[in-house]
Design a protein. Sequence first.
Length: 564
Amino acid sequence: MSPMTPLNVLIVGGGPVGLALALDLGQRGVRSTIVEQRSATNSGIQAKASVLDERTMEYCRQLGVVDDVANSGYPDSLSGDTVFCTGFGDKYIGRLEMPSAKDREVPAESSEMMRRCPQMLFDPLLARAVMAQGMTDIRFGLECVGCEQDDEGVTIFVRNTKEGHTENIRARYVVGCDGPASAVRKALGIAFEGQLLGYSTSAIVKVDLERYNTFGGRKAERYGFIAPEGVWANFTTIDGKDLWRFTLMGVVEKIDIDKLDIDSPLRKSLGREDAEYEIISISQWRRSQFVADKYVTGRVFLAGDSAHVMSPTGGHGLNTGLGDARDLAWILQGLVEGWGGPGLIGAYDAERRPVALRNSSNSSQNFQVWKDRRGRDKVLESSPEADEQRRVLGEKLAVIVAKEFQALGIALGYKYADSPLIVPDGSEAPPDDPEKYIQTARPGHRAPHYWLEAGTSTIDLFGDSFVLLYLGTDLPAPGQALVEAATRVGMPLKCVVIHDKNVAELYQSPFALVRPDGMVAWRGDSLPDDVQGLVDQVRGAAAAEEWNYISVKEFLSSSVFTST
């Protein structure tokens, strides 16, 4: 790799976000290179993210892997239930009932439903798609140890983890997808701000839980163990079969894993001293809410866990990272191909950082439910009063914990209304409710879904270019002036005419300009007189504007869900 021939895009980190970004770039005709310090793509047993929300599944649909996710091997007959108890063989408290993938309905607002696909299955299927596409060079065994940049490009210093020597790789643009301890972020001196929620200890355990389940009912995907001090541990399925993550909710201080007696709490939860299980691994991890102070410096971007980490309560971490990839892919396309202006770079920060602040805060709120001690003082007792407390607590937990995985507003309702690439129309945003989502074509929001015909959604129209939707009936050549303006600067744009009053009512205007990431950039009753000005703004070539910046500290002390 000669420094005289820099790569277009270098991605540091071959996890799910880096792989999805590479796959998306490849669909756009942009070649990329991934450097990954591990020797291969994750495929071993691991207790990482598994929830893919509706927006992520729409992204998988665009990337062509939605069927691979559905057929990944995670059983679609397993319920999404959570059982609350003091321990198997002890006191039952309640159950949150949620349908299996087989019984779950696709929400009316989306073309896809939420699915579980553990990362040990998700990463390999993304890697297979990337390799089959042939647009990405994946180089394993290379660890990023430094980063420098100038006006022309970026130099990444990598160490060969097997042989020990170092080499330099030159690229026009670099994306750090290298996790919470990101070497890219540290090399750039970008602060990682937020709050520590505590340390938790997790063991990956192979066990037949149904052998110890004394409460009956269908098999659940999670079991929470409750004491007067709150939820002290839980089992969460990894593969939907016999692999489970057993998590001790933890304390503020780190503990010495080597001195931890994990067997005692395991046997306590299983309700038997002679319980049979196999401990595959034990690790301690930091449950936290941190967001990078900025997502981009010069030609270097951050995405995924290198930009944000959050409590797994709600499953928003991976989904937020994949949202980063979806936004960044078309931005990088514009920069590499030359039709994108310099405003694209700062817009990425303005768009994605507020989403991470919002989603990480919601995750932390979900975690507080597990720590709550109210109404739990008698849960271990045997008395009519204790029975009543457990009944009331079970009903309350079922309602509250359901919010973790019935968060359509989190999945679909984020917005980029403050982005310099968005042209506001003065309309009011719907409430930003974590659980509820109201479809809107307001600029800066996700373009609404509607089934045009069996199997074809409006969502399927977006991805490879800007799309000008014309939903009227009276123009013979709608959008021609805008198409010509885009063509003059090389910006990919196509016009799609839809004669359906239901779609017109949903979008509220005859014209809507939708970006390659499926977000509405502009809408109106007619094209503006200055169509070139519109094209320049949405491609980041207009005069730069300031956007509202908020520090993590300021955000943590403010209201979380507010309308723009």
